[in-house]
Ligand binder design. Structure first.
Ligand code: GRF
Length: 221
């Protein structure tokens, strides 16, 4: 962003730990942007308290107050426009956005998902990963398109999965990485380093490491 600092609007429904990691990263200048509004569809989401503690504006827009998705999303667009938001970050926002919303913020909506997409889209994905018996899962930051968890991938991070894992243990393991990769993805966007071409996201000045390799179990023990 040239000139003024990029403005982020964060959409939440729950605890808001990802919101926290984004706000903290902005405060530490690890993201060249600031959160200018937090919107929740759930009135008592703890995320709202986190915004309050940072002195940031928050707005509750209960979805039950709107007759349909289109009118709900128009309200969201109005608020985000009013706050002059450049990037919309979904952080545990439990609603699918309409094409109308996505047109208004084309290429400027990101989401974080607690699995290695395209594996395990949708809900309850940590338990599904454990039940499937995969050796790895992780998290994915992606641009949002009209599907559910289908948009172009920006960053993924990998954690091991063990057959005797509890959902809670895997959730914690994945969340730690969510809190690292979401701020990083937003900073790449703020630096203007991301280009979407079809399904792919190209990152300017991207350091490759072709020796990067991980197995579970280890090969040498
Ligand atoms: C995270 O697991 C995220 O991957 C998913 O929703 C959860 C939100 O957690 N999209 P929090 O509200 O950020 O703590």
């Amino acid at each position: 962003m040239v000139g003024s600092m990029m403005r982020i609007g964060v959409l939440v429904s729950g605890s808001g730990s990802n919101l926290q990691s984004i706000m903290d990263a902005c405060e530490r200048s690890e993201i060249d942007a600031r959160v200018c509004v937090v919107i929740s569809n759930v009135p008592h989401a703890y995320a709202l308290e986190r915004a309050r503690q940072k002195g940031l504006p928050s707005v509750v827009v209960p979805h039950a107050d709107y007759p349909d998705r289109a009118s709900y999303d128009r309200k969201l667009v109005d608020i985000l426009t009013e706050y002059r938001v450049d990037l919309v970050a979904l952080a545990g926002f439990m609603r699918v956005l309409t094409p109308g919303f996505l047109r208004a913020f084309s290429g400027r909506v990101m989401n974080i998902h607690p699995a290695l997409l395209p594996s395990f889209p949708g809900l309850d994905v940590r338990q599904k990963a454990i039940d499937y018996g995969v050796r790895f899962s992780g998290c994915t930051v992606h641009f949002v398109d009209e599907g559910v968890d289908t948009g172009p991938i920006i960053i993924q991070a990998v954690v091991p999965v063990y057959p005797d894992d509890t959902e809670e243990a895997l959730k914690e393991r994945i969340l730690k990485l969510e809190h690292k990769i979401y701020p990083k993805a937003i900073q790449l966007f703020a630096q203007g380093r991301l280009t979407i071409e079809g399904r792919k996201v190209f990152i300017r000045d991207y350091e490759k490491d072709e020796s990067l390799c991980l197995t579970n179990p280890f090969l040498n023990r």
